[in-house]
Design a protein around this ligand. Structure first.
Ligand code: CP
Ligand code: NVA
Length: 305
């Protein structure tokens, strides 16, 4: 596997091995620093959308592993506009050892991977967010010691983050439930794929509309923005539909007492999550964000070392 484009492209064993390595690299860092296993390796980071976590965690991951990263903003590259994606991919392949890209159309990251001779990592597309999914799995693993049999409930929009979360849960044996308003479903094919992986791992996939019913017995409650990057013109309409899906103290109280709350961030406090929950005892939002660093090191090492 040259690239990291989707959780679905990786087997349960591969994902588990990456999580084990992420834990080892996290421990190694805490014990004084990582070995320079990516010495002299370089990563180009191509962004068509804004980012805090993805940008900084990939940059720091490369530095801490002995390599270097180069940030290329939307204005600089003009992916598919100033220059074709195939040309960008072939040019960058002569300069750097890997490309991480955050794009709008998922097809654009697929095209990059097709034309680049170096590994391509999907740093979020309109369809999925696999780096986030791996960090989410790492956070759940650290909390509960396993994903097998853990009940993960996603509340909100059936978006890119939900797709990768479903796939990582289903691959690793966590039971996945989603509660979303009518008309904001996950893509049907992604859901079908999730059901297949769940059958293989002995877990379940449940789709509901009622958030209260969905969080019953949940060990993990997960939410994300109601309006993703690129959907800004729909935000008013979405703000009218999504309030019943807010993760607030009443919803958390309806879950398992040991439940943790996750959010990929950035959070829109007072919309999909309240301050009380985001900053409360169930929240693992910041350890989760920090785990992006460790999970992505495991991806980089798998593709580059
Ligand atoms: N969760 C996440 O990907 O954050 P950024 O958009 O800040 O990278
Ligand atoms: N669903 C969000 C995730 C941001 C990290 C978006 O695509 O904007």
């Amino acid at each position: 596997m040259k690239d990291f484009i989707a959780i679905a492209d990786y087997s349960s064993a591969d994902l588990q091995a990456m999580l084990d390595n992420a834990l080892a690299l996290k421990k190694e860092l805490a014990a004084g620093g990582n070995k320079p296993v990516l010495k002299d390796k370089t990563l180009a980071m191509v962004f068509q959308k804004p980012s805090l976590r993805t940008r900084v965690s990939f940059d720091m991951a490369m530095r801490q592993l002995g390599g270097d990263a180069l940030y290329l903003s939307p204005a600089e590259i003009g992916l598919g506009q100033r220059e074709s994606i195939a040309d960008v991919a072939r040019v960058l392949s002569g300069y750097v050892d890997a490309i991480m890209a955050r794009v709008f159309a998922h097809d654009h990251v697929l095209q990059l991977a097709e034309w680049a001779s170096v590994p391509v990592i999907n740093g979020l597309s309109d369809y999925n967010h696999p780096c986030q999914g791996l960090a989410d799995a790492l956070t759940i693993l650290e909390e509960f010691g396993t994903l097998k049999g853990i009940n993960v409930t996603y509340v909100g929009d059936g978006n890119n983050v939900a797709v990768s979360l479903l796939h990582v849960c289903a691959r690793l044996g966590a039971n996945f439930t989603i509660a979303n308003p009518a008309g904001y479903d996950m893509p049907a094919a992604a859901l079908e794929m999730g059901r297949t992986f769940a059958t293989q791992s002995g877990s379940s996939v449940t789709v509901l509309e009622d958030p209260q019913a969905a969080v019953k017995n949940a060990d993990v409650i997960y939410t994300d923005t109601w309006t993703s990057m690129g959907q800004e013109e729909e935000s008013k309409k979405r703000e009218a539909v999504f309030p019943p899906y807010q993760v607030n103290a009443a919803l958390v109280a309806a879950a398992n007492g040991r439940a943790i709350v996750l959010h990929c961030l950035p959070a829109h406090r007072g919309q999909e999550i309240t301050d009380e929950v985001a900053d409360g005892p169930h929240s693992r939002l910041f350890p989760q964000a920090h785990n992006r660093l460790h999970a992505q090191k495991a991806i980089l090492v798998k593709l580059l070392a």
